[in-house]
Ligand binder design. Structure first.
Ligand code: CTP
Length: 398
């Protein structure tokens, strides 16, 4: 991706260095444009060092070719103004072009995102809010500011959005919104089976696959409800999250949301058994052995069969340590799935806890797709491509 980062005069400017650094780490090409006032906060040298490219900070300079604003506009895929001060917001809202950044923005017809950052009183001024609204109407994307303690000591809205949020919006701006208007439920992580107030049984699921799917689907514009078991993971930007503990709670949460959903991806590893009796008091260490009797939990996917609607796409996972294909094939039909992602959890290439996965996709119509070992975030994209393909097929046949 080729990105122009426009930097304006706000104390949040130091966070723009992190942004440029992160974009470079992810192999994107970055050009930084600074306003004259931004250069009073941080010298261009800092951004030159981070971006490995000369910084443009003046419209008329011996070092900058006359038509550079046009050349840069032709080069860039996306532009983000971070931090965006009240001045650049006002100028662009009114079509002014009196320096390099504002002139470049008039010449650029790709996606432009503004990440406002300023004192909360300034941010809430009618004129600033009207300018922000005008930018929205003109088709610019506004990355919401955070609330909190600002550099001036005031508390309120006006903080520059977090790095993850900036990255999410930049990527979304260049991602085809192929799941816009689609609501997906994605489950992730392990559920637990409680023994007593201090103990529970669980499994090694890390939740990485489900969280990657949620992030990928949100990037494509889907409305994602992420139902997460016990995992300590940051909620992906743009995703709403419901935390659950037990398999029963996970099922109940799904049943609540399912009627309005277009699909369910069960990437969670729900506990299959739970103690027959939960002990209200801590189980004491009385003998050399302790025998637990476990009852079978509900199989969530099987239990949903009567309520699933024909348009809803159902995707499951199979975690297998042996007979991968045979076991996955059985689960595909028993659990009423459109397709199943079979992965091996034995040996050194185990998908459990890893960032990588080697998977086989098995479909209802009998065809199979073997996917080489890859990052879960990339596998998530393949799964979402297949989900989209199935939705399109279903639309064509109805
Ligand atoms: N699953 C479910 N309800 C359960 C257990 C699993 O809906 N109680 C879902 C998982 O989220 C996954 C699929 O069923 O999408 C297969 O899960 P897996 O653990 O591989 O299989 P199980 O059905 O639990 O069977 P087994 O443990 O015997 O392999």
């Amino acid at each position: 991706m080729k990105i122009v980062v426009g930097v304006t005069a706000s104390i949040a400017i130091y966070k723009a260095l992190d942004l440029v650094n992160q974009l470079r780490k992810e192999q994107h090409e970055v050009r930084v444009v600074m306003t004259a006032h931004a250069c009073e906060f941080v010298r261009p040298l800092a951004f030159e060092t981070m971006s490995h490219q000369p910084v443009i900070s003046a419209m008329f300079s011996a070092q900058i070719p006359a038509l550079e604003h046009i050349e840069l506009a032709k080069w860039a895929d996306v532009c983000v103004i971070a931090p965006a001060d009240a001045n650049i917001i006002a100028k662009v809202a009114n079509g002014l072009a009196d320096d390099f950044l504002s002139t470049f923005l008039l010449a650029f017809d790709g996606p432009v995102l503004f990440a406002p950052a300023m004192n909360t009183v300034m941010f809430h001024q009618d004129v600033v809010q009207k300018n922000v609204q005008r930018l929205r109407e003109l088709g610019y994307e506004i990355i919401p500011s955070d609330s909190g303690r600002l550099a001036c000591g005031d508390v309120g809205e006006g903080k520059l959005a977090e790095l993850e949020t900036l990255m999410f919006y930049i990527k979304k701006a260049v991602t085809k919104q192929s799941l816009a208007g689609v609501k997906l439920i994605i489950t992730a992580g392990p559920t637990i089976a409680k023994l007593d107030p201090v103990r529970y049984i669980t499994n090694y699921s890390s939740g990485k696959m489900g969280f990657s799917l949620a992030y990928g689907a949100a990037l494509r514009g889907a409305k994602v409800v992420l139902i997460a078991g016990r995992v300590q993971r940051q909620t992906p930007v743009g995703v709403s999250r419901i935390d659950v503990e037990t398999t029963e709670e996970m099922r109940n949460a799904i049943v609540q949301v399912l009627p309005e959903a277009d699909g369910l991806i069960m990437a969670a590893a729900p506990a299959d058994y739970a103690p027959e009796h939960y002990s209200e008091e801590k189980i004491k260490k009385t003998g050399d052995k302790l025998t637990l009797i476990l009852d079978k939990n509900v199989d969530i996917l099987k239990s949903l069969k009567p309520v699933v609607q024909p348009h809803q796409v159902l995707i499951g996972f199979a975690a297998e340590s042996h007979k991968l294909i045979a076991n996955a094939q059985r689960k595909l039909s028993e659990k009423n799935l459109d397709f199943i992602v079979a992965n091996n959890i034995a040996g050194e290439n185990s998908a459990f806890q890893s960032d990588y996965d080697t998977a086989v996709l098995l479909f209802q119509d009998g065809h199979r797709e073997e996917l080489e070992r890859q990052l879960k975030i990339n596998l998530a994209d393949k799964i979402l491509d297949e989900l989209e393909r199935l939705r399109a097929l279903r639309r064509d046949t109805h």
